[in-house]
Every structure is written in structure tokens, then in C-alpha cells.
Design a protein around this ligand. Structure first.
Ligand code: ZN
Length: 259
């Protein structure tokens, strides 16, 4: 069901600003079935506000509602969402370790609480962390400020408990369903809102390894923020594609930044 609507929105070659996020992976907290969910079209057209701050490229904040969707340099950022997952995250960490690549993990608070050792491993390996809400609530941005704040704080607290002192400098809204309110609360809590440049819908089991590889390679360039998932349902295709993606990125001479 939830998968279904994600799928229908993504069948026509979704990438960029289209919403392409795992949806069914987060166990339903039993509370509200997200009502302000993917049905209403998210992804407002890109706006490019004037961004102060010299060295960042002018298109650094061209994501929905002025969110960041570019690293600001030529270095590429690999971002892995919806973990930590006890099965897939260690495999991703191993692949990155072999190549000495630092990436970003956008984690779900409840999973961080359940898998503190993996959070500690992520930090130990030199990767960065991003708050992806407590339970992947797609409609978070429609909540009241206090509720949003509590959700994001709870997530950061779980991270802090797993990896004391680890910084969480970024926030990524589930499904890219940004609202000004969510962006504002995240900023109050010291987190920049990070969208993405390239989305191969790797969370969707209908996306093959070859499709993931091809979409990422075709649409990535210097400065891209690449959206992948270490925690969705079955990330075998993503992992299969990852080696080929990193090989080609190496051929192109890309450097990496964990932001
Ligand atoms: Zn997600």
C-alpha cells in the first residue's frame, strides 16, 4: 500500500526533486496512518535563493524550499537513508571502508535506539550523521512546531546515547516532503536541511541493480548529493550497484565529502 503510492510517483524515471523515499520500512507506530502523506504532491519547484557565503556554488540550495541539494564543491556526497539496519548497514560500512570513503547516514531515531552499536560504528569510521526523524514520519512537516521539535530531539538524543558527542548537523525530511516549519525547527536545533541531487529509487524492490547503477551514473556529476538507502526492505540491489558506481566515480576522479 504505502509502497504502491511511492511507486506510482516514481515510475516515470523519478529522480531529482521527485519524492523517492522508502515508506514501508518504518514499522507503524500504531498511531496515525500518515494522512498528509505522499498523495498531495510534494516537491515544490526548485527555488534558488541568494546564498551568502562565498565558496559554495550558486546552486547549492536549489532543493525544494531552498534546501541544500549540492555539496557546494566538486566533491560528491553519498548519503544512506533509513538505517541503521543490522543486516545492510554493516555491509555498506565495509564497502566504504575498503575504499576509504566517508559518507553520510540519515538515520531513523527508533532504529538508532535499537542498534546503538551500528551508530557507534558509523561514527567510528568517520562518517557523518543526519536526522531522518524518529519513525520516518512522512507528514512530520505538517505537525505543530512543538511536536516536530520533540521528534527531532528524541532522534538526536538516541544518537547521542549511542555515540556520545557525535554531531548531527543535517536533517532530511522523509520523502523529501519539506515544509518551512520543519526546516525552521531543524535550523533552531542546529541542523541544516539536506535534500539530494540524484535519487535512483533504490528503496523500491522494483528497481533493479542495473537501473540503480545507470540512474546514479547518468545523473551524477561533481557536487552531487546521491540518495541511497542502507535501510529499506531489501537493499541487495543497491549493494550490488554500489561497487560499480564507486568504480566509475573513481574513473571520473570524484572526491567524496561526508558534508
Ligand atoms: Zn527515508
Amino acid at each position: 500500500m504505502v509502497d504502491g503510492d511511492g511507486e506510482s510517483e516514481n515510475t516515470d524515471g523519478a529522480a531529482d526533486s521527485s519524492e523517492g523515499e522508502a515508506s514501508s520500512e518504518a514499522p507503524d507506530p500504531g498511531a496515525a496512518e500518515p494522512s498528509g502523506e505522499p498523495t498531495g504532491e510534494p516537491a515544490p519547484g526548485p527555488e534558488v535563493p541568494e546564498v551568502p557565503g562565498g565558496e559554495l556554488a550558486s546552486n547549492t540550495y536549489a532543493g525544494p524550499l531552498g534546501t541544500r541539494n549540492h555539496t557546494g564543491t566538486d566533491a560528491v556526497a553519498l548519503t544512506f537513508d533509513d538505517g541503521p539496519d543490522p543486516n545492510w548497514t554493516p555491509k555498506v560500512l565495509e564497502a566504504l571502508r575498503e575504499r576509504g570513503i566517508k559518507a553520510m547516514f540519515c538515520v531513523i531515531g527508533a532504529y538508532a535506539e535499537a542498534n546503538p552499536d551500528i551508530i557507534a560504528d558509523i561514527v567510528h569510521d568517520g562518517h557523518t550523521l543526519c536526522n531522518h526523524t524518529w519513525f520516518h514520519q512522512f507528514d512530520l512537516g505538517t505537525w505543530g512546531e512543538g511536536e516536530i521539535r520533540a521528534n527531532l530531539r528524541r532522534t538526536n538524543d538516541a544518537i547521542e546515547k549511542a555515540a556520545p558527542g557525535a554531531e548531527v548537523k543535517y536533517f532530511r525530511h522523509p520523502g523529501g516532503q519539506w515544509t518551512d516549519r520543519a526546516i525552521g525547527v531543524a535550523a533552531e536545533l542546529g541542523m541544516e536541511s539536506l535534500h539530494w541531487t540524484v535519487d535512483p529509487s533504490d528503496w523500491d524492490n522494483g528497481t533493479t541493480e542495473a537501473e540503480i547503477r545507470d540512474i546514479v551514473l547518468e545523473r551524477s556529476g561533481p557536487g552531487s548529493v546521491v540518495l541511497l538507502h542502507d535501510g529499506a526492505s531489501n537493499q541487495e540491489d543497491m549493494l550490488g550497484a554500489l561497487g560499480a558506481i564507486l568504480d566509475e566515480f573513481e574513473n571520473r576522479g570524484y572526491a567524496y565529502t561526508p558534508l
